[in-house]
Every structure is written in structure tokens, then in C-alpha cells.
Design a protein around this ligand. Structure first.
Ligand SMILES: [Zn+2]
Length: 382
């Protein structure tokens, strides 16, 4: 009995002295066969709205922004870039060479309208859109034959051949046109053609400032639309010009209702530049503030639509404008270095599908390349 008891005791004590061992079971490593990185889906825009503030450099924007309680609608654009504006024959560009660069992708000489350095015609983004059967529009606060709009529909070796440029509209088939310059259509020096009558025959609904106010017109998408806002240059905002915003809104509604596949529209704030040439900061600011409001409406449309690329830039800076020491938000002390253009880079703002293409620093010709890539080429491949 005794020995049995001892063995039992030893067995029990041994059992209790053994601490339970924790077993770690390692599962076999998983073999990752393939890493699949999902790239965010890139969408191409259905509509393209290009906005050009003529002479709208960073200081023009800053002056307008400070005068507007430190806010500009441009802040809504997530993408910002810079473009180099020089012409092929001059470091300081004019509006013709720069418009030919961003409309057609060709670095050309000052004065060139839709032609390259050798005066050969080059196709604009508007021409490419027309080729895709997309409706197009141009809305400006200068004459409709002025350099910036002209580079989209005309080919001319010299920007001031206004009557020749106006005649190019007969075959250009731009759907929606608003700007000044009636005299180049119906009281011509180079010939006695009446382009307004010719355009009426070409399925245009033609009207002008002397007949009615553009606000009273509801353009029908059955016909193309031309409204001339002045006999020569339209007046400044400070003198009572108020058509640019309603014309821009009508253009968007008209073009949007005319096509399910998209549209191209260019809206120019032409007279920010004229304020620079006049060395009048108040002129620059009032023109910028009007344009800023239009930018806001365009971005509202793009936001709601979700399928519109908006690109907002300038053709060059005008006046070498500076905001000097002694300035406050309500009172800017400004100074111009010239009454001409300057060679400084100008900002590019982009919003909507394809906007990411516009970040970085690049030549003005690349604006055309980038627009063509996302708005035209992507469509052709689809
Ligand atoms: Zn200018």
C-alpha cells in the first residue's frame, strides 16, 4: 500500500508541475501570385468649355480677387498649371499667335490667325469638333473677328484683315456666335457682299444690337445662331455692357440641347486686356469681376453635368501689372510697367474629366494637344 501511495503522489505532483505548453500553430504563408493595382477610371469629357481671359495674368486675377472679398471662382478648379506664351518670332506674344497656339497647336508669328509660321492653314480644336459633328460656339466681349475667336474658325496671314476673317464664317459652320463687329459683315470696304444676308441663307438666325436685346432671344437649336453685339468693339462693362453672362448661359443651353454627344464652346473675356493696354487697374478689375461671375456659372453647369471639362486660361499677361506695397484688400496700389503685353507665364485652371492633363508647366501649344487628346482622340478610339 505504502509504495503504491508514493508512486501515485509522484505521478500527481509530476502532472501538476508540468506547465501546459502553448502551441503556436503557424499557418502556411499565403503565396501572392499577382499584385493588381486598380487605377482610378479615367473619364473623357463629353463637353469642352474653354475660357480665355485675354491679358488675364496672375496679378490681374489677384487684383480682382482682393477686390472681391479675397475670393475668385477659379478656386473651385482642382488643377492648376502654367503655360509659356511666347510666339515663334517674339518672346512677347500677341493675341493672334497665342490663340493660334492654344486653338490649333501651332507656334506661329505675331499676327497669325490659324496659320503656321509659313502661313499654311492649321486646324483648330473647333474644326476637329465640327468634324465629329459636335456643335460649337464662340462668345466674346470683343468683335467676333478679333484675334482670339478668329483663330478658331479662320485662316489668315494677318489678324487685321477683319473683312476677310468675317467672310471665313460663311463656310466655318460655327453653330453659336456672339460678339461685336457688325460693320465687317454688312458695310464692307473690300467688296459689297452682305454677309448677314449670306449667313441667313445658310440657316443662321441672324440678329443684332440695333434690333433687340440678346436677353429677349431664345435661340432655337433648329438653326445656327449669330448675334452681333456692336457695330465695332463692344463697350466696357463699366459703360453698361451686360451681354456676356446671358450670352454664355444661352450658348450652353443651346449647345447642350443640340447634341447628345457633346459640344465645344469658347468664351472670351476680351477686355481684361484692354484695361491693361489703357493702364487702368479699375478697367482690369471690372472686366475680371464680370468674367469671374461667368466662370462661376460655367463651373455650376460643369458640376451639375459631371461630364464637362472646363479649361480657363489667358493668352498672355498685359501691362506688367504689379500690386505694390501700401495696398490693402479694399485699396490696391497698382503699377504697370508697359502698355503692351509681357512674356510672363500665365496660369491654367482646369475642372472636370480630363482636368488632370493640365497640371505642370508647358508650352501654350500643349493646351491644344491636351484638349485634343481627351476631347477628340479619346472619342475617335471609342
Ligand atoms: Zn492685347
Amino acid at each position: 500500500m505504502k509504495s503504491y501511495n508514493i508512486i501515485a503522489l509522484i505521478t500527481i505532483s509530476l502532472l501538476f508541475s508540468c506547465k501546459p505548453q502553448i502551441q503556436i500553430v503557424e499557418s502556411p504563408p499565403k503565396i501572392i501570385e499577382k499584385i493588381v493595382e486598380v487605377e482610378p477610371e479615367k473619364k473623357n469629357p463629353k463637353n469642352l468649355i474653354l475660357m480665355i481671359g485675354d491679358g488675364m495674368g496672375l496679378t490681374q486675377i489677384s487684383a480682382g480677387m482682393y477686390s472681391n472679398e479675397n475670393y475668385t471662382e477659379l478656386e473651385r478648379c482642382p488643377i492648376v498649371g502654367l503655360q509659356k506664351t511666347h510666339a515663334s518670332d517674339n518672346l512677347v506674344t500677341d493675341s493672334a499667335a497665342s490663340a493660334t497656339a492654344f486653338a490649333c497647336g501651332a507656334k506661329s508669328y505675331n499676327g497669325a490667325i490659324g496659320v503656321d509660321q509659313d502661313t499654311m492653314p492649321v486646324k483648330s480644336i473647333l474644326h476637329y469638333a465640327e468634324q465629329q459633328d459636335l456643335p460649337t460656339g464662340l462668345v466674346v466681349s470683343s468683335t467676333i473677328v478679333h484675334a482670339t475667336p478668329a483663330a478658331f474658325y479662320s485662316h489668315n496671314k494677318y489678324r487685321k484683315n477683319y473683312e476677310e476673317i468675317a467672310a471665313d464664317l460663311i463656310d466655318a459652320d460655327v453653330d453659336f456666335l456672339v460678339g461685336g463687329g457688325k460693320k465687317f459683315f454688312d458695310r464692307r470696304k473690300m467688296d459689297d457682299r452682305n454677309l448677314l444676308a449670306e449667313l441667313s441663307e445658310k440657316q443662321y438666325s441672324v440678329s443684332h444690337f440695333a434690333e433687340k436685346d440678346i436677353e429677349a432671344i431664345n435661340p432655337s437649336s433648329d438653326k445656327n445662331f449669330l448675334f452681333l453685339t456692336a457695330d465695332q468693339d463692344p463697350i466696357p462693362v463699366s459703360g453698361g455692357r451686360d451681354y456676356l453672362l446671358p450670352a454664355s448661359q444661352k450658348a450652353i443651353n443651346y449647345l447642350d440641347s443640340k447634341s447628345n454627344d457633346g459640344f465645344f464652346l469658347m468664351i472670351e473675356g476680351s477686355q481684361i486686356d484692354w484695361g491693361g493696354h489703357a493702364n487702368l487697374a479699375s478697367y482690369v478689375v471690372s472686366e475680371f469681376l464680370e468674367y469671374n461671375e461667368i466662370i462661376g456659372h460655367v463651373l455650376d453647369f460643369a458640376e451639375k453635368d459631371g461630364n464637362t471639362l472646363v479649361v480657363i486660361t489667358a493668352d498672355h499677361e498685359t501691362g506688367g501689372l504689379a500690386i505694390n506695397p501700401g495696398s490693402s484688400m479694399d485699396s490696391l496700389t497698382t503699377q504697370f510697367t508697359t502698355d503692351k503685353h509681357t512674356a510672363t507665364m500665365v496660369p491654367v485652371f482646369a475642372y472636370g474629366p480630363g482636368a488632370e492633363e493640365f497640371s505642370g508647366i508647358y508650352e501654350n501649344t500643349e493646351i491644344f494637344e491636351k484638349m485634343k487628346k481627351v476631347f477628340i482622340d479619346a472619342r475617335v478610339q471609342d
